[in-house]
Design a protein around this ligand. Structure first.
Ligand code: ADP
Ligand code: MG
Length: 198
């Protein structure tokens, strides 16, 4: 089996090869699909991310959540960990880790789990399979954050939804699964929505 690193590199090259126009169109389709799901509509609190490089562009999803007046948090890398901070406007973001837009920790409120709230978390990633195995960017930020989150939030109050272009979905069996890896409940691509079984 190829290593995680080799597979990540190969798939990110494919993603990078999509034209800006293709990425825009596919991203728009993905966002429309997410907005139409019950789990999205039924959630109170949203943990999204600011897209980086050739990732699915979720800026319009961020704007939609803000327009809906729901609680929105974006990640910020703090030392070895990732923390989420609340924003009420995109002007509260500035260039952070690897040039990714992050909330300003000095002005934004840190995310802490409130009792009974339903949380929707959007996961980025490099490679996925249909069952929900995920390869991130190699630092395990989401694996570690989700491990903590899952201890604090009942399963029924948490929805983990990943976004990817179809070219990032590989056949079952190609992704080496490690004990610490955490799977999404759903993966949304421009073609399909996968309900994961991992
Ligand atoms: P990614 O998911 O970003 O592709 P990996 O799954 O390879 O990256 O994880 C990167 C590093 O983070 C690994 O060395 C792994 O041991 C560490 N890691 C991931 N999750 C945890 C966790 N829950 N507790 C401790 N270390 C973790
Ligand atoms: Mg991992």
């Amino acid at each position: 089996m190829e290593t995680k690193k080799e597979l990540r590199k190969q798939i990110l090259q494919k993603r990078d090869a999509l034209s800006l126009q293709e990425r825009r169109k596919k991203s728009q389709t993905i966002i429309q699909t997410i907005l139409s799901t019950q789990v999205f509509q039924n959630s109170d609190t949203f943990l999204l991310f600011a897209s980086y490089k050739s990732e699915v562009d979720v800026k319009k999803l961020i704007e939609s959540v803000l327009q809906m007046g729901k609680a929105l948090y974006l990640p910020k890398v703090v030392g070895e960990d990732m923390e989420f901070y609340k924003i009420s406007s995109v002007v509260e973001l500035s260039d952070g880790y690897c040039g990714i837009k992050e909330p300003k920790a000095n002005v934004c409120q840190k995310f802490i789990v409130k009792k009974e709230e339903t949380i929707f978390i959007l996961l980025p990633g490099a490679v996925f399979d249909k069952q929900g195995r995920r390869i991130g960017y190699g630092k395990g930020f989401y694996d570690r954050f989700l491990q903590k989150l899952e201890k604090e939030v009942p399963k029924s109050n948490l929805c983990k939804m990943a976004v990817a272009f179809s070219c990032q979905i590989v056949d079952n069996g190609r992704i080496k699964w490690e004990e610490h890896d955490i799977s999404p409940d759903y993966i949304v691509t421009e073609e399909e929505i996968f309900h994961c079984t991992m």
